[in-house]
Design a protein around this ligand. Structure first.
Ligand code: S3P
Length: 430
């Protein structure tokens, strides 16, 4: 699908956001491992969380969605999964593959995890290494999926694992495997990553010497539960930048997840001069949520790097769009992880923004963007089959003079199925 985006003169209204992708995956996996019926309110139709649901069904779990969109999952406990008769197809979803690998490592039966072409090119030794250290029998194909897991009859060995790369997916993989360990498993992170897994599992977290120690005790059980998934902050990010850049705009985003390990974008946009307010802050289950309003503002360049990066890792493509439309230089550093996402996001954004007339230098670990105000020129850009690249370029299209075309734009459905409709619905153009 080719998406055409005319330049917008104004954005107004309330944006319907999909449910948070990270929390959705975890709610499905924890409901599966719980004993008995769990319910998930607001489980999204986005392709990635649906990949997790497909996998748990392949493991013998019954799931059912009612007319109001409430998902019921009948968990069978930590030991109740059934040997799959086919490979677990994780689609495009790195979270599905990495988190479920931790669960599969602890099973008595074997399994194979695979995915689409993009996922089969993403690094998996980062999870195979700690799982092998726990005694799991896992093989990769040249560091990539398909991942072949042979069963264990005696459980896993507990480890104390210091994450070599700041990754919530790797952390969560080891924590889930820790549920099957004969002893206490500790994951240590020196740079904090999103903490949904430890919140939702109710794990002990200690701060020692500036590092976080996340602990799974032997015998930790996963109760059946009712989960309510908030709106996706990472989906909101596109509208926060769009509402800032398009003149005469006021957008409302309600019930958005505001977990502090995910919201550094708000600080970055604030530092650039954005006009964003948050109201009705409250707690929903284990997660903070609130309602956000964004109004148009002029931006100036900023430096983004260091410990902030994991907190806004998925927002960097749209930060690059904000930077291209700001005044002055923005330098994004320490973001080499972007090269191993659904596509090489540093390269994709450098190519796409340059195609619209921006001044962008691609660095090994980031981008240097010399913003020239809202002066992008409409043109044709590629999604690289990456949902966040497609949506970031959709935002660029709203600001660029003339019309912008995004090719292979349907991939937005991976995390935000209604994205293009929402964008068109809130936009006015002459
Ligand atoms: C995620 C963690 C991040 C993020 C991804 C979702 C999660 O990946 O980019 O979209 O739900 O744990 P990494 O942990 O690999 O950085």
């Amino acid at each position: 699908m080719v998406q055409t985006i005319p330049q917008a003169t104004s954005l107004r209204g309330t944006v319907a956001l999909p449910a948070d992708k990270s929390i959705s995956h975890r709610s499905a996996i924890l409901s599966t491992l719980g004993e008995g019926r769990s319910r998930v309110y607001n489980f999204p139709t986005s392709a990635d969380p649906q990949s997790t649901l497909d996998c748990v069904r392949t493991l013998g779990i019954d799931t059912e969605r009612d007319d109001e969109g409430v998902l019921t999952i009948r968990g069978r406990g930590l030991e109740g999964l059934r040997p799959p008769s086919t490979p677990l197809n994780c689609g495009n979803s790195g979270t599905t593959m990495r988190l479920l690998s931790g669960v599969m490592a602890g099973q008595k039966f074997g399994s194979v995890l695979t995915g689409d072409e993009s996922l089969r090119q993403r690094p998996m030794e980062r999870i195979a290494d700690p799982l092998q250290a726990m005694g799991a029998r896992i093989t990769l194909r040249s560091d990539h999926a398909p991942i072949r897991v042979r069963g264990t009859q005696s459980g896993l060995n507990p480890i104390e694992y210091r994450l070599p790369v700041a990754s919530a997916q790797v952390k969560s993989c080891v924590l889930l495997a820790g549920l099957y360990a004969n002893g206490r498993t500790v994951v240590i992170e020196s740079t904090p990553s999103r903490d949904h897994t430890e919140r939702m599992l109710g794990l002990e977290v200690q701060e020692v010497g500036g590092e976080r120690y996340v602990i799974v005790e032997e015998g930790h059980t996963v109760p059946a539960a009712n989960w309510s998934v908030p709106g996706d902050f990472s989906g909101a990010a596109f509208f926060l930048v769009a509402g800032t850049l398009v003149p005469d705009s006021e957008l409302h985003l309600d019930d958005v997840g505001l977990n502090p390990s995910r919201t550094a974008l708000l600080d970055v946009l604030d530092g650039m001069g954005a006009d964003i307010t948050i109201e009705n802050e409250r707690v929903q289950g284990s997660e903070p949520v609130g309602d956000i309003t964004v109004r148009s503002a002029s931006l100036t360049g900023i430096d983004v790097g260091g410990h902030l990066i994991p907190n806004l890792i998925d927002e960097i493509p749209v930060i690059a769009v904000a930077a291209a439309c700001a005044t002055g230089r923005t330098e994004i550093r320490d973001a080499e992880e972007l090269r191993v996402k659904e596509t090489d996001r540093l390269h994709a954004m450098a190519q796409n923004l340059t195609a619209l007339g921006a001044e962008v230098q691609e660095r090994e670990d980031g981008l240097i963007i010399d913003g020239n105000g809202p002066n992008l020129l409409g043109g044709t850009v590629k999604s690289y089959d990456d949902h966040r690249i497609a949506m970031a370029m959709g935002v660029a299209g709203l600001v660029a003079h003339g019309t912008t075309t995004v090719t292979d734009a349907e991939c937005a459905r991976v995390s935000f199925p209604g994205f293009w409709d929402e964008l068109a619905r809130v936009a006015s153009s002459e």
